[in-house]
Ligand binder design. Structure first.
Ligand SMILES: [Zn+2]
Length: 326
């Protein structure tokens, strides 16, 4: 039997290819250098760049360490990233990031621990440090933007014998409420809100939706005032209506199908993969879902580079854990 390679996008990479690179530290460093400095080394301290003719020293005795030709300061390929001063082999970072960015529904800490051969606690922490770099804080939505709310935590456990606090329906106040904003054919943004009030919806949405967008929601009265000033079209779910054709003119239909499809992604991840997520870490899980959704057409290598080298500072253990794991 012959094995023919599967056709894939040129910017994608398979786990077996990741495994080959991850098994050699030097290959990881080489990949990271090409990701971080695609046009040659650049010093973060003084701005000197190889591309502008500055000479950098590559230290043979310690691959990944460079001395800047401009200011003579030393830096490494991991300086200023979450991997800075990490004790974990770079190959483990690479494997973990691939598993998280390439899995369509996310991956549980237990699975990550089994795949990487590390303890649950190490896997849990690694997952959160990677998740912390998956943020899209500056995304502003335009075009047709659907807005809808969802309860994003796992359903509350039923107490023995039922009772008035027994979570009669899905609208228990103990479950965190999230406002979903989804641009049709574009990115999504999640914002936690404390209630369905006009203020809460307005505060969560006014910076994330451009002024000329057409906003499509269901007929919840708070939306009308919360999006005042923008074009607004509605569909009346309570009357059994799911699409109001051409409500916005120019062939724009009022519906919230895009937002609802994203809610299904949240449910699959929260219930199917993570099983239960604490309110404390909910934002980070939501960031992971929206980050991956917003890059669904971007290849693996660019996603890995975005996680490692586009975002902020390393997340220390103490920022994650106050009272033990979870
Ligand atoms: Zn420099």
């Amino acid at each position: 039997m012959t094995h023919r390679p599967v056709k894939r996008a040129p910017d994608n990479i398979t786990f077996s290819e990741i495994e080959q690179i991850a098994s050699e530290e030097i290959a990881c460093l080489d990949l990271f250098e090409r990701m971080r400095f695609p046009t040659g080394l650049r010093c973060a301290a003084c701005g000197a760049a190889e591309a502008a003719g500055h000479r950098f020293t590559r230290h043979r005795s310690r691959p990944g360490l460079f001395t800047c030709g401009g200011c003579r300061r030393q830096f490494t390929i991991t300086s200023g990233t979450a991997m800075h001063r990490t004790r974990m082999p770079l190959g483990q970072w690479l494997r973990a990031i691939w598993l998280i960015i390439a899995s369509s529904k996310g991956i549980s800490a237990r699975n990550l621990s089994e795949m990487l051969g590390v303890t649950y606690k190490v896997a849990w922490h690694l997952g959160h440090r990677i998740r912390a770099m998956m943020t899209d804080e500056s995304v502003v939505l335009s075009g047709v933007v659907e807005m809808d709310e969802v309860y994003a935590g796992a359903p509350p456990r039923k107490p023995h014998g039922g009772g008035p606090s027994g979570g009669r329906s899905g609208r228990s106040p103990r479950r965190p409420l999230v406002l979903t904003m989804a641009e049709r054919g574009g990115p999504v943004v999640f914002q936690r809100i404390v209630s369905h009030s006009i203020n809460a919806i307005q505060n969560a949405s006014h910076n994330r939706i451009s002024a000329d967008a057409v906003v499509s929601t269901d007929a919840l009265p708070a939306y009308r005032k919360a999006v005042a000033g923008r074009s607004h079209i509605t569909v009346k779910h309570s009357a059994g209506e799911f699409v109001r054709c051409d409500a916005g003119g120019a062939g724009i239909d009022a519906h919230t199908n895009t937002a609802e499809a994203v809610h299904a992604e949240i449910r699959r991840a929260v219930i199917g993969v993570w099983h239960w997520i604490s309110q404390k870490h909910l934002d980070r899980y939501l960031d992971e879902i929206s980050w991956r959704h917003n890059r669904r057409k971007v290849g693996h290598l660019r996603r890995i580079a975005a996680v490692l080298f586009a975002a902020g500072r390393p997340l220390p253990v103490r920022a994650l854990v106050n009272n033990g794991v979870a």
